[in-house]
Ligand binder design. Structure first.
Ligand code: ATP
Ligand SMILES: O=C(O)C[C@@H](O)[C@H](O)C(=O)CO
Length: 336
């Protein structure tokens, strides 16, 4: 089943908000970054990757965010536009901020890390005045991600966007996307995550991310079902808890539980799995597919992206995902 309904009369399918940055992925892989000499530049940041994934799947997609007034900011906007993403609400920050950089180290397919340069990052300069109610009113669904809550004024801007989305009946997806380097204290993190999550229809996160949000619960059990049930006491109707290569479990407010499959992958690097999974899963739900088919689609999208060098550039089309699933079923693709 699929408990979500989307307002078919709204012209924009999907609007993502928040982080737009640059990934610099090591070209010489399977070694520490000290030995890497060249990197390839891609657009990055979890909500950016998900928006690009949704656009590749043919959804009419927009973005709300701020980029730096520099060459990298302009590169990001051009890349979004080249991918048919509406950038009317992507503003240039002129306060002297810079584009956030994520240098990725790929030591092995299972040992990847990210070296961040995010001091004075433009994406966190998003202001409440940048949130256009008329724009969000046009969206069937919006997506927020946790990093945008890390600092003011971006934090207030996202909370205002949640208010408008609720007011105008958009379905709200929250990809928890917890990046500890963006936050100053665990208590502050949990408080703002909880505040936002209470207003969202679909929560998608890893076990660790949900546990981070439960730091003030008595007897937190780290049990997926208990976690999901807590959110059904607020606005959520679907809660997805991801477990890396062990798959995911989706719970619904109606008490159903859908364990998600995984697909074999020739893993190059693991990051980007969550973003591609989210794009495939949300796309499925927006097509009216049931939850099992949607999680399967997300898992196949993730297998494709982790078998590739980038996150954004590797986001697959519907045809690519369907072909991948078919090849896995025929035994033409086996894991690494
Ligand atoms: N090694 C793997 N092989 C196949 N599928 C995988 C693998 N790792 C992750 N996936 C798929 O991707 C989905 C999301 O992965 P994961 O739980 O690692 O999310 P995440 O931690 O948010 O990812 P990210 O590393 O991008 O932050 C999983 O539910 C699974 O379907
Ligand atoms: O911001 C990060 O932590 C890295 C991102 O730039 C990257 O694209 C990502 O979010 C992958 O999930």
């Amino acid at each position: 089943m699929n408990p979500l309904t989307f307002d078919r009369d709204k012209p924009l399918d999907f609007v993502a908000l928040g982080r737009l940055c640059i990934d610099l992925n090591a070209n010489e892989i399977n070694r520490p970054m000290e030995e890497t000499v060249t990197f390839t530049k891609y657009v990055g940041g979890s909500p950016a990757n998900i928006a690009i994934g949704m656009a590749r799947l043919g959804m009419k997609t927009g973005f709300v965010g701020r980029v730096a007034d520099d060459q990298l900011g302009r590169f990001i906007v051009r890349y979004l536009q080249d991918n048919q993403i509406d950038t009317a609400s992507v503003l240039t920050d002129r306060s002297g901020s810079v584009t956030g950089l994520a240098f990725t180290e790929i030591k092995s397919p299972t040992d990847c890390s990210i070296l961040m340069y995010r001091d004075n990052a433009a994406d966190l300069k998003l202001e409440p005045q940048d949130i256009n109610e008329e724009y969000l009113k046009q969206a069937k669904a919006i997506l927020i991600s946790g990093t945008a809550l890390a600092k003011s004024p971006s934090r207030e801007a996202i909370l205002l966007a949640l208010h408008y989305a609720r007011k105008h009946g958009a379905v709200v997806f929250f990809d928890l996307d917890y990046r500890p380097y963006s936050w100053t204290s665990p208590a502050e993190t949990a408080i703002y995550y909880n505040l936002a999550a209470e207003k969202c229809d679909v929560l998608i996160g890893t076990r660790e991310e949900f546990s981070m949000m439960e730091r003030f619960e008595r007897n937190a059990e780290e049990d997926d079902e208990t976690t999901a049930r807590k959110w059904f006491g607020y606005q959520a109707s679907v809660v997805v808890i991801k477990h890396g290569k062990h798959g995911s479990i989706a719970y619904t407010r109606q008490g159903e539980r859908y364990p998600g499959v995984t697909f074999p992958a020739k893993v190059v690097k693991t990051f980007g799995a969550g973003d591609s999974y989210a794009a495939g899963f949300i796309y499925g739900l927006m097509q009216g597919w049931d939850i099992s088919r949607s999680t399967e689609f997300g898992a196949a999208a993730a297998a494709i992206v982790i078998s590739s060098h980038s996150c954004s550039e590797a986001m697959p089309t519907q045809e690519q995902i369907e072909a991948y699933i078919a090849k896995c079923r025929n035994g033409e693709i086996v894991g690494s």
